[in-house]
Design a protein around this ligand. Structure first.
Ligand code: G6P
Length: 369
C-alpha cells in the first residue's frame, strides 16, 4: 500500500490526503470517556507525569516545528514550563537541566543522527525520564527511550513531511492533556471538551482537504515568485514556520516565517508587490492584531494570501486573497491550518515542475551528521 501512489500523482499528495485516516488511527485506543488515557504512554506513565515540572523537547526539521507548537499547548493548557530546541544545537552545548524535567524527542524516522545523539547525551544529565514520539516502532529512538508514544502515520515516502507532522501534533496534544490530567493542572471540563474536539478532528481535516481546488488556484500566483513571507501569531507561528519550510523544500522558493508582531522589526523592509505574504489567522483574540499587520503589508503593495476562520471577520479585497477555513477551536487550529499550507506548497511545486517527492539535495532521513 505504502509504495503505491494509487490515484495520486505524487506520494506527497497521497500522504496529504491520508491525514484524516492516520490522525484517527493515532487517536485510536487513546481516548476514554471525556478524558485521555494516560496509560497509552506506558505502564506507570500517570505516576511519572504527576512528578513532571518541566518539559524539554528536542527534534529536527518538521519534527522541531511540531515541538514548537507543543510548547504553546503545554504551557497554556497543562501549565508546564517547556523549552524546545533543535537537536543539532542541543547536543553540543552544556544544558542547565531543570528539576523534574521530562526529556521529549520527536522524530518521524527515529534514526535522525542529531536527535539520537541528544537523547544519548540526556541519559546521564539528570532528566526524570525520556519519552519518544516517533513513527517507527523498531527505531533506535524508541529502543533507547523510557517511554514511547507511536504516531500511526504509516510509511511516509515523500521527503517533505506531511502526515508525520500532523500525527506528531496529535500525539503532542495527547501528551499535553495527559500531563495536565496527571498533574491536576488542567480543568476536567476543558479536557473533556478537547477530547470531544479531537474525535471530530479527522472530519475537520477532511473539510480542509476539500478546499484543494481553491488552493491550487492561489498557488498559480506563486509560480514566478522568488521570495515569500509567512506570518502567524501564537501557536500559528510554528505553523507558519512549517509552511515556509514546505515551500522551500519542494518549490525552491525562498520562504521565511515571522511571528506577525515582528514584521515591523525588519521583514517589512522587504515587502513589495513581488513578495507575497501568507498569513494564518484563526479566530482568536490575536486576529485584531493580525489585521493591523495585514494593513501594514497592504500599504507597501504586498500581496496577501490569508487563511482565516470563516468567523474571523476578514474580507476579500484588493490585493487580498482570502481562503475561508472551517471553524475550529484555537487549541486544534495549528493542526487544521497545516493542511492548506501543505497543499499550497504542493501545487506551487507542481506548477514549477520540480521533483515533488524527491527534492534536490535533501534526504528523507538524516542518519549521519
Ligand atoms: C529530514 C527530512 C525532514 C524531517 C527531518 C527530521 O530533514 O527531510 O522531513 O523533518 O529530517 O526527521 P525525523 O525523522 O527525525 O523526524
Amino acid at each position: 500500500e505504502a509504495a503505491d501512489k494509487g490515484e495520486y500523482r505524487h506520494f506527497m499528495l497521497k500522504e496529504i490526503h491520508e491525514q484524516p485516516r492516520v490522525v484517527r488511527r493515532t487517536l485510536e485506543g487513546r481516548l476514554g470517556d471525556g478524558q485521555v488515557l494516560v496509560e497509552a504512554f506506558g505502564p506507570g506513565a500517570a505516576e511519572l507525569f504527576a512528578r513532571v515540572r518541566n518539559v524539554q523537547i528536542v527534534a529536527c526539521g518538521t519534527s522541531y516545528h511540531a515541538g514548537m507548537v507543543a510548547r504553546y499547548w503545554l504551557e497554556e493548557l497543562a501549565g508546564v514550563p517547556c523549552q524546545v530546541e533543535v537537536a543539532s544545537e542541543f547536543r553540543y552545548r552544556k544544558v542547565a537541566v531543570q528539576p523534574d524535567s521530562l526529556f521529549v524527542s520527536i522524530s518521524q524516522s527515529g534514526e535522525t543522527a542529531d536527535t539520537l545523539a541528544a537523547l544519548r547525551n540526556a541519559r546521564d544529565a539528570g532528566y526524570l525520564a525520556s519519552l519518544a514520539i516517533c513513527n517507527v516502532a523498531i527505531s533506535s529512538l524508541v529502543r533507547e527511550s523510557d517511554l514511547t508514544l507511536l504516531t500511526q502515520a504509516g510509511p511516509e515516502i515523500g521527503v517533505a513531511s506531511t502526515k508525520a507532522f500532523t500525527t506528531q501534533l496529535v500525539a503532542l496534544m495527547l501528551l499535553t492533556l495527559s500531563l495536565g490530567q496527571a498533574r491536576a493542572t488542567l480543568d476536567r471540563g476543558v479536557e473533556a471538551e478537547l477530547v470531544s474536539e479531537l474525535r471530530c478532528l479527522p472530519t475537520r481535516l477532511g473539510e480542509a482537504l476539500a478546499m484543494d481546488a481553491v488552493i491550487e488556484q492561489v498557488a498559480e500566483f506563486f509560480a514566478d515568485k522568488h521570495h515569500t513571507l509567512f506570518l502567524g501569531r501564537g501557536a500559528q507561528y510554528p505553523v507558519a514556520m512549517e509552511g515556509a519550510l514546505k515551500l522551500k523544500e519542494i518549490s525552491y522558493i525562498h520562504a521565511e516565517a515571522y511571528p506577525a508582531g515582528e514584521l515591523k522589526h525588519g521583514p517589512l523592509a522587504l515587502v513589495d508587490s513581488d513578495m507575497p505574504v501568507v498569513t494564518v489567522a484563526p479566530n482568536n483574540e490575536l486576529v485584531e492584531k493580525l489585521k493591523s499587520n495585514l494593513q501594514e503589508v497592504r500599504a507597501r503593495g504586498g500581496e496577501l494570501i490569508v487563511f482565516a476562520d470563516v468567523r474571523a471577520g476578514l474580507e476579500n479585497g484588493e490585493g487580498i486573497r482570502l481562503v475561508n477555513m472551517p471553524h475550529i477551536s484555537d487549541a486544534l487550529a495549528p493542526i487544521l491550518y497545516t493542511i492548506p499550507l501543505q497543499l499550497l506548497s504542493y501545487h506551487v511545486a507542481v506548477f514549477k515542475g520540480t521533483d515533488v517527492d524527491q527534492p534536490r539535495n535533501l534526504a528523507k532521513s538524516v542518519t549521519v551528521e
